[in-house]
Design a protein around this ligand. Sequence first.
Ligand code: Z2T
Length: 836
Amino acid sequence: EMSEIPKETLALWEKYGVGEADDKESFQKSFIRHVTTTLARSVYNIDNFSAYQATAHTVRDRLIKRWNDTQQAHTEVDPKRVYYLSLEFLLGRSLDNALLNLGLKENYGEGVKELGFRMEDILDEEVDAALGNGGLGRLAACYMDSLATLDYPAWGYGLRYTYGIFQQRLKDGFQVELPDYWLNFDNPWELPRLDVTIDVKFCGTVNRYTDETGKVRHVWVNEDKDTVQAVAYDVPIPGYGTKNCINIRLWSSKPKRKFNLKRFNEGQYEQAVQEQMEAENITAVLYPNDNHMVGKELRLKQQYFWVSASLSDIVRRFKKSSKPWDEFSYQVAIQLNDTHPTLAIVELQRILVDLEGIDWDEAWKIVTNTFAFTNHTILPEAMERWPVPMVQYLLPRHMQIIFDINLFFLQAVERAYPDDRELLAKLSIIEESTPQFVRMAHLAIVGSHRVNGVAALHSELLKKTIFKDFVRYYGDEKFDNKTNGITPRRWLHQANPKLSELITEALGSKNWLKNLELLKGLKSHVDKVDFRKRWVTAKHSNKVRLAEYIKKSTGIIVNPNALFDVQVKRIHEYKRQFMNILGVIHRYNALKKLTSQERADIVPRVVIFGGKAAPGYYIAKLVIKLINSVADVINNDNSIEDTLKVVFIPDYNVSVAEIIIPASDISQHISTAGTEASGTSNMKFVLNGGLILGTVDGANIEIHEEIGDDNIFMFGNLADQVDDLRHAHRYRNIPIDPSLQAVINDIESGHFGDSRIFAPLINTITHGKDYYLISDDFQSYLDAQKLVDEAYKDKEEWTKKSILCSANMGKFSSDRAIQEYAEQIWNIDPVPAKRS
Ligand code: Z2T
């Protein structure tokens, strides 16, 4: 194609092609051009938001250049690509990240200053792209950053929700949800590809026919009114220290048939536009549940809409290379981020068998060699199961294919284990209840060549519990571990510029940002008094920044010299924010008993909470209310002389996390052992020199291994004790821990407002269940808290721990995780960006 363009034309493109100038003057020229033309404003008419837009558009121009060059290089090399299918990408803000990854921050910072703005104010104008709930969505974002940074030929595929995760407000201490209409103003971080549209079918019927070779074939037909169009929006993801810029393609839904003309002519105007509205509904809103499945039909529609559009796109790209189908899995790897995209397995089988006419067995080989599946939780309530009648109605051909996949699978099992009917029932993709259900995790396992958990303990538990029977059948080579990671670019360099600068100075270069193991070099600085002083200064300035944010967002004044104790994450019973606030009440009661003189020896604490509760999760919402009620009493009790403050920071999100995480002295990761698959904020806190107080769960265990006993506070029962303890709560009369009982009595006495509100919450412990074992861990938790108080008194020792924490976190870079996926699962190689 390229050779057909006349030389003269190419010369013109060469001459006028978009340059890559990164200097201050080029920035200012571009800024003024965008204010004038893109925004249609003038020097008299620019506020911070306009300045943000002009800066963002300037960066966008440069991103587009890199995006184009990268895609061009991928087209030329045509390497094996990986496609990361995730229903959530929790990207947060893009401007600061792009400035840092492209190395533009300094010049552009000076540029805006001369134009009369402060870069900080400009950055603060950006709204978060919050297309995710929590850990799973943020992990996808960190992985895209690493894929770009390591030059891997990768694409993300997701949905462009009109509304991201809801915004959280507090009213009388209760959570109130507001819609997150993030596209209110123009979004400079997406490239609309209005010409890239794909038809996605729903409903209809399946016809059988015999083709010219005598083979029985199936064709799925439906009506235009049941067809929805997917429109592509591309989000460029720049790597750090590379010209590479990869893509996340987000699909937006719109109707295929714009208008029901017949209805319109009949005067039925609402009905005339109803189909249009239903089509647009598909990508309207992100489901706000973390670790919990709600079986809504619209959610299943979202999943198929996304999977179908993405697979068409992937298959179309493969076909351009004119390679035979049996090379598909040598060109394409598809990673399933949890079971949400599991229908992709069925869809690819349908494309190969129904549309391409490939034999079932051959097609199935291609499919299973292409897919790999990551599981993110073992909580039973999070396991996706879809009613067979619902799948049958929306996707009649897919339901047939699922039944066939299951039949052939169970026949193979039956050959390996003749007459073990229980095994067949346990492994079946179909749950034989009334109605029947499709077990998505089973389908994902059967349709993938590799299955992984997200931390060592979690991956072991999968093999020992929910996937045990699959290990028996497949052997355990199919199941492995890929411990999660986080990007050090956003979570240290960007969120904690002061500490990042100090680290770079101490290590003599910025190489640690691409090779996090280099942080080990900090160990030789631990014994230098001056280095420690500068470390503390950096940490302290982060605490001051957080104190200001707390003042601004809650009105509460906190002392930056106090110990900052943080628990920020989605509110969930298994994460046990309830135990934390019960511990706070225990501390408060102990403080009240002290004399003023005794209190002088106490390390003052600020206990900071943040996190959203799913709107339908009643108990989680009560936890928020309890925290706020307790905060009200404690913060207004002068008798304890500021030795304790409690803060609930509203609307926890990625950009708020960037302020909170660098400011913690200690953070809490206190899930019931075995319930938190990995956790990733634990990694972020420790990387930033914060210590952790945690249970023996998820990635806490591996962090402990890396940083050593002296630098972490671990407590609580172990995962292998949980079953027995739960059994004991159910069938024996376990007396509640006395310290815990005292705290419960205190709440019930009305000390924190009308206690009737909290009865359902307290019942989760007292009424014979205590499923998350708060009473079993409470004493051990208080003991660990005591050790924290003691340790914090020795500031020099604490600082050494803080430095050693950061120094030993190399393993938890998402670069390491992505490299493992690339080498051990996807079998892909980097395609280095051209230096043009
Ligand atoms: C989620 O954020 C996580 C797991 C889910 O399972 C769903 C959501 Cl929305 C279906 C989290 C885990 O809870 C957390 O432990 C883990 O670190 C994170 O995924 C990334 O793997």
